[in-house]
Design a protein around this ligand. Structure first.
Ligand code: AMP
Ligand code: ZN
Length: 465
């Protein structure tokens, strides 16, 4: 399996630290509001990568944090006259509602930054002891100059970064590129006791610390949206590798933005749609299909038209499954015959192609095309003369290949109208093929259920008696 590694800027063979196991850390949301469909792209992409790794037989330990203490949390809690803790609790609940709604699998662990204060303090202390961090009046800063690898993830060197950096007069750090790992308490802010006085952790340190505590000093995959490459992930590497002298993460995976009119969807630009409002109108399958219809490293535009066309595509795939389910209920032969066995084995070629696409840096767009090819093949070759066993095999394959993408898993309830219309269509087909036995059987089966067919010059009519 090949994975594009932001760190080396190339596709690399994926080799996990422990064979058959993957330790994966994804930067999660700051829990001060409902998450939007842009955040959802990132979460859906990493959920899909996780599902695919599991599909390929890996046991995945998947950690995604909640940032439940930072400036935005504090401001929002003040505005709402509530506590940061209450705000966090509330929006974590809301996060689960939306993430579940999008069929995002629950993480193995969702740690909250505020649950790791003691471990964070130990981490900061360790950095100070090794000479990588220094304290000024209750703030602790990481000294970027001390870490020789600084800039390796974002491909910038410290001199360039320094030239572009703005010096903020409020900050007391000795170098503009240094960043806070611990922040002294300001009036009215929540704070915890530490060797440097009352304060709270910086943002970057929480991920370094929780990844280390929950997954170990070196992990397989670290992931997040592409806006996190710099400074967040660059800073995480600096902190973690300075403390442990080990590689922090072997593979760095970043998801490109979801845009609106070619601008990043974000709260600050006010061009966002919440997951909640989108899910009111569209099924999770449709949202996931849209997000996975492009490659995760390519920016994707969001619009309602695209959602509508994703909806039509998903319906086409579901129709194949619904048709098969419907056939299954009506065919009389249970067991697969020799010719069918050969055909079913032939369908394995779609699985192979699908795996080939997904193994190539999770090319979900091409994997989806394979699903359509499979659906087309099934639609043309499986019919009322097929056996139940073959039909079930085809349904299972569609669902199997849908599952890493998190689509095609539910059974749609077929309405009586839809079912009868389908049976009538099949009866017409059987009659055209002079398959009188089948056409009579369909008519009799329907009659047994109280549905009477009437052949009229305008076509077949039906009524329920
Ligand atoms: P935040 O709550 O802003 O920290 O974002 C949570 C996750 O969503 C991070 O991994 C971000 O990189 C990602 N993200 C934010 N906006 C977008 C967007 N428009 N498209 C894709 N990912 C995004
Ligand atoms: Zn993070």
């Amino acid at each position: 399996m090949k994975v594009f590694n932001t760190l080396t800027r190339q596709k690399e063979e994926f080799i996990s630290l422990v064979p058959g196991e993957v330790k994966m850390y994804v930067c999660g949301p700051t829990v001060y509001n409902l998450f939007h469909i842009g955040n959802a792209r990132t979460f859906i992409v990493f959920d899909t990568i996780r599902r695919y790794l599991e599909y390929r037989g890996y046991k995945v330990k998947f950690v995604q944090n909640f940032t439940d203490i930072d400036d935005k949390m504090i401001k929002k809690a003040n505005d709402e006259d509530t506590t940061v803790k209450e705000l966090g609790d509330r929006y974590i609940d809301e996060y689960y509602k939306d993430a579940d709604g999008l069929k995002i699998k629950r993480a193995s662990i969702n740690p909250r930054a505020t649950e790791y204060i003691n471990e964070i303090i130990d981490f900061v202390q360790g950095l100070i002891e090794k000479g990588y961090a220094y304290e000024i009046n209750g703030d602790v800063y990481f000294s970027t100059k001390k870490f020789s690898g600084y800039g390796k993830l974002s491909g910038q060197n410290l001199d360039d970064l320094q030239a572009g950096a703005r010096i903020n007069v409020d900050e007391r750090k000795s170098d503009p590129m240094d960043f806070a790992v611990w922040k002294a308490q300001k009036p009215g802010e929540p704070a915890w006791e530490s060797p440097w006085g009352m304060g709270r952790p910086g943002w970057h340190i929480e991920c370094s610390c929780m990844a280390k505590n929950l997954l170990g000093e070196t992990i397989d995959i670290h992931a997040g949206g592409s806006d996190l490459v710099f400074p967040h992930h660059e800073n995480e590497i600096a902190q973690s590798e300075s403390l442990t002298d080990k590689t922090f993460a072997n593979y760095w995976i970043h998801c490109a933005f979801l845009n609106v009119n070619n601008q990043k969807m974000s709260k600050s630009l006010n061009n966002f749609f919440t997951v909640r409002e989108v899910l009111e109108e569209y099924d999770a399958d449709v949202v996931r299909f849209l997000m996975l219809s492009g490659h995760y490293r390519v920016q994707l535009n969001f619009s309602h038209d695209l959602l509508d066309s994703a909806k039509a595509s998903v319906e086409r795939l579901y129709n194949s499954i619904t048709n098969l389910q419907h056939l299954y209920g009506n065919v009389s032969r249970d067991n697969i015959n020799e010719e069918e066995t050969k055909y079913l084995q032939g369908l394995n070629a779609y699985r192979e192609r699908y795996i080939e696409k997904m193994d190539d840096d999770f090319n979900t767009a091409d994997a989806i095309s394979v699903l359509f090819d499979l659906a087309k093949d099934i639609n043309t070759n499986i019919d009322a003369n097929s056996s139940k066993e073959l039909i079930q095999g085809a349904i299972d394959l569609m669902r199997e290949l849908g599952s890493p993408l998190g689509i095609l898993q539910h059974s749609k309830k077929v309405s009586l109208e839809e079912e009868v219309e389908k049976l009538i269509e099949e009866r017409q087909k059987a009659r055209k093929e002079k398959n009188w036995a089948l056409s009579d059987k369909i008519r009799d089966d329907l009659k047994a259920r109280g549905i009477v067919l009437e052949d009229t010059p305008q076509g077949v009519r039906w009524k329920q008696i």
